[in-house]
Design a protein around this ligand. Structure first.
Ligand code: KG4
Ligand code: ZN
Length: 342
């Protein structure tokens, strides 16, 4: 008998994602994004995102089924993001998932979006070894996870105390006058600048922070420091060397993310690191992670970028893992939780 067919639905932010997974195999991953509608506001507008999910949900489900040549009746289980994320968008995904679960008479699995960002790597690079470290970095999250089992054994070692990595990039992008989202623009500019030109602070790396925040991140002080540096230059009537600012800022973020992650791998004796989330597209992070992992003898697994940004495959992958382990399905009253813990 073949493995159960799991349909995953993701709708926590601006992407409507629907995917089908059977066993460890991804059959289809369909995504619709409302990012273009948000770009002119300089940030995600929850109400606009909710309406876009409402419009895109059924067509995206239909597109996924058609592309995989699968009939709805063949689906064995539904997985859906229960949180964290924007409450309106989450509710629309959950409503669709519940309707499918009731209509088809198949179990429903509410799963955690942040863990999904790590779980998707199993579809790309195969099952995880016994223990892995996962760094999930995006516009909404910066979390360091110790993974003994992707469904039953995920421990959050640390997370951001303020801005996520991508959020800090977007805010610095705004102050440098770059279009939203600023992250990819800073990445590009940084490649032309000198990363050692300005020594920006590395948040929560001082000896006094080690006891309490060894694996937590803070990028808000760094962002303020960049703002002050730029203001001081402008007030003095001097030109701002934008590429050097971008490169020095990006270097500080990549330095902190990789230093803390490698330290956690060493401390816990882990030799496989998975990096996920939309910010893992960042070239400065990729380069430094590759360098430091090679030095430390750690295998680095980063899925292709389409699986790092929000998508349905990550949710279907985690749902399929729950089904494989015989986990009890969620109740149909499954609530969504905008700040869902791990
Ligand atoms: O995972 P994602 O698509 O959406 C969220 O769940 O947040 O991540 C998007 C975030 C944005 O903040 C964007 O600016 C940032 O990731 N980002 C980048 C790069 N590509 C995307 N930041 C820096 N460098 C990049 N190349
Ligand atoms: Zn995400």
């Amino acid at each position: 008998m073949s493995a159960p067919l799991v349909l995953g639905i993701e709708s926590s932010c601006d992407e409507t994602g629907v995917a089908l997974v059977r066993g460890g195999e991804l059959l289809v991953d369909a995504v619709a994004s409302s990012m273009d509608e948000h770009a002119r506001y300089g940030g995600i507008i929850p109400e606009v995102a909710s309406r876009a999910h409402l419009e895109a949900m059924v067509p995206t489900i239909e597109r996924a089924l058609a592309e995989a040549d699968v009939d709805l009746g063949q689906v064995d289980a539904i997985a859906v993001t229960a949180g964290p994320g924007l409450v309106g968008p989450l509710t629309i995904g959950a409503a669709a998932a519940k309707a499918l679960s009731i209509g088809l008479g198949v179990p429903l699995y509410g799963v955690n979006h942040v863990i999904g960002h790590a779980a998707v790597d199993e579809l790309v690079h195969g099952p995880f070894p016994e223990r892995v470290m996962a760094l999930v970095v995006s516009g909404g999250h910066s979390s360091l996870l110790l993974v003994d089992d992707i469904v039953t054994g995920v421990t959050e070692l640390g997370s951001t105390l303020d801005d996520a990595a991508g959020e800090a990039f977007d805010k610095v992008g705004r102050l440098l006058g770059l279009p939203y989202p600023g992250g990819p623009h800073i990445d590009r500019l940084a490649r032309e600048g000198d990363p050692t030109a300005i020594r920006f602070p590395r948040g929560l790396t001082a000896a006094k922070d080690q006891a309490k925040h060894a694996y937590d991140f803070s990028f808000s002080g760094l962002k303020t420091s960049v703002a002050r540096w730029v203001e001081t230059r402008e007030d003095a009537g001097q030109a701002v060397p934008v590429a050097d600012v971008a490169a020095s800022f990006a270097a500080a973020v990549a330095d902190v993310l990789t230093a803390k992650t490698i330290a956690a791998c060493r401390r816990h004796g882990i030799d496989t690191l998975v990096v996920g989330g939309g910010f893992s597209a960042n070239s400065q992070l990729r380069e430094l992670a590759a360098l430091r992992c090679a030095e430390a003898g750690i295998e680095l697994r980063i899925p292709p970028i389409k699986f790092c940004t929000d998508n349905g495959a990550m949710i279907a992958a985690l749902g399929a893992a729950a089904v494989r382990r015989g986990i009890a399905p969620s109740d149909l009253s499954l609530p969504v939780d905008s700040s869902m813990p791990l």
